[in-house]
Design a binder for this molecule. Structure first.
Ligand code: UDX
Length: 437
């Protein structure tokens, strides 16, 4: 397994769980040392247990030879971040391909887990052939793991997608997943590559769509939570990825939307829908500031507490997190910004004060913004929090709280697409100031 990031570690650990011998190779000495010492360098629920349980079947190394010798499969799970032009940066992929030594025994298969532009497989095939590695196979096996539930997603996937140049190679890769019951999509390499990009772009489209519906809800007095429920119950549409909020982030959606848009553009096609998906997402993050301004006027000299920083709960991942844009937008407007997150403690958010507790973050603040729907934030509308704040204003960027109950608890409340009359609660409960949310 080349790459000890989220994908490489989870996939490696889960292959060990399925009974395979795994060697994980990375180029970062510190990362490998920590893994060798039994530490897990990323936060992913359940991963530590799987690694511990399979410690005798999984090794970590910096050495390519040690990783490839005797290997039947050479899985590539290295990072492919976007470059300044929006193309995928494939340098890490190429260095893996170029490091595969000549004269390996057997016929190992290079299996691509990293998300790559369509056409990469054919380029890798040509490069392997050019290096004389004609006996090494190539298969595209995209991953669909979501952070926070990656181990469960591996063990119970919705589908396995395998794109190969030769049927026998696809068979061999599928044999690795023996024991996992799911639908299998066998196809050619470019189609497998495109499944991954199309799936993530479509999920992103659903999010931007429901965010625009939320914005319309605010103007016409409808409640997006009920609208999404009504829409999602149509079996042709389904309920998933219809939660309105402050936009999507993470290591996949922004990158894959850009990558697919770029790929289409480079091939002579303007993917207009994805341009809109991207723009809507950028605007959605920034709408938090206008919601705050509506209540507070100018941001100059105001103190704002950001509650949650990670791009979603159950991860410490800050890549493309909406919190970054919101924090720097607020700073640019002259606000003082504090932040709290139970797991993510980024050291690159300059000018933002990180707090150890929610209470420290909201003390004397003019507003609190729920940026990530951490479960512990569901109960913040308490008298203690209300009294600690200079102004009890909550902007709920994830529609985590009940609007009526939060207002009844003495807060000014702004959700996303949830106008004032949204989700009535029992009149008795609404009057109870000690109401537990
Ligand atoms: C995603 C895909 O789900 C996964 O299949 C792929 O392999 C990698 O990308 P991940 O980035 O871990 O996984 O997170 P996901 O749970 O999909 O959420 C992505 C972003 O969308 C988050 O910022 C989340 O807050 C946001 N989101 C998700 C919404 O705003 N609304 C929703 O309804 C769902």
């Amino acid at each position: 397994m080349f790459g000890a990031g989220y994908v490489g570690l989870v996939t490696g650990a889960c292959f060990a769980e399925l009974g395979h011998e795994v060697v994980v190779r990375d180029v970062l000495p510190e990362r490998i040392e920590r893994l060798q010492a039994g530490e897990v360098p990323i936060y992913e629920p359940g991963l530590d247990l799987v690694l511990e349980r399979n410690a005798d079947r999984i090794r970590f190394t910096l050495d390519v030879r040690e990783a490839v010798e005797g290997a039947d499969f050479l899985y590539v799970a290295v990072g492919t971040p976007p470059t300044e032009s929006g193309d995928a940066d494939l340098r890490a992929v190429w260095s893996v391909v170029d490091e595969i030594p000549l004269g390996l025994e057997g016929h190992p298969i290079v299996v691509m887990k990293s998300t790559v532009p369509v056409g990469t497989g054919e380029h890798v095939r040509a490069r392997l052939d050019g290096r004389g590695l004609t006996g090494v196979g190539y298969v595209s096996n995209p991953e669909f793991l979501a952070e926070g539930s990656a181990v469960a997603d591996f063990m119970k996937p919705d589908r396995l997608v395998v794109g190969a140049f030769e049927d026998e190679h696809a068979d061999r890769v599928l044999s690795l997943f023996r024991g996992i019951e799911t639908e299998v999509v066998r196809t050619d390499v470019p189609s497998a590559e495109l499944v991954k990009l199309a799936a993530n772009a479509f999920l992103s489209t659903r999010i931007s769509f429901i965010n625009e519906i939320a914005n319309v809800c605010e103007l016409v007095g409808a409640d997006v939570v009920d609208v999404a429920k009504g829409v999602g119950l149509d079996h042709r549409l389904g309920p998933h990825f219809l939660r309105a909020g402050i936009g999507f982030g993470g290591s996949c959606f922004p990158k894959d939307v850009t990558s697919l848009k770029q790929l289409a553009g480079n091939s002579g096609y303007q993917f207009m829908l994805l341009h809109a998906v991207w723009e809507v997402n950028e605007l959605q993050k920034r709408r938090v500031v206008s919601k705050l301004q509506k209540h507070l006027g100018s941001m100059r000299g105001k103190t704002i507490a950001l509650l949650g920083l990670a791009f979603k709960p159950n991860t410490d991942d800050m890549r493309e997190a909406p919190s970054r844009v919101i924090a720097y937008r607020l700073l640019a407007e002259g606000a003082e910004v504090r932040a709290w997150d139970p797991i993510a403690h980024p050291d690159d958010l300059q000018g933002i004060e990180l707090c150890d507790s929610v209470l420290d973050a909201v003390r004397n603040a003019d507003a609190a913004v729920i940026v990530t729907e951490w479960p512990e934030l569901a109960a913040i509308a308490t008298p203690e929090v209300r009294d600690a704040m200079a102004r009890p204003l909550i902007v709920d960027g994830r529609n985590l709280l009940d609007p009526v109950a939060t207002r009844a608890a003495g807060f000014a409340y702004e959700g996303i697409g949830r106008p004032r009359h949204a989700s009535p609660v029992e009149p008795e409960a609404a009057r109870d100031p000690e109401l537990k949310l």
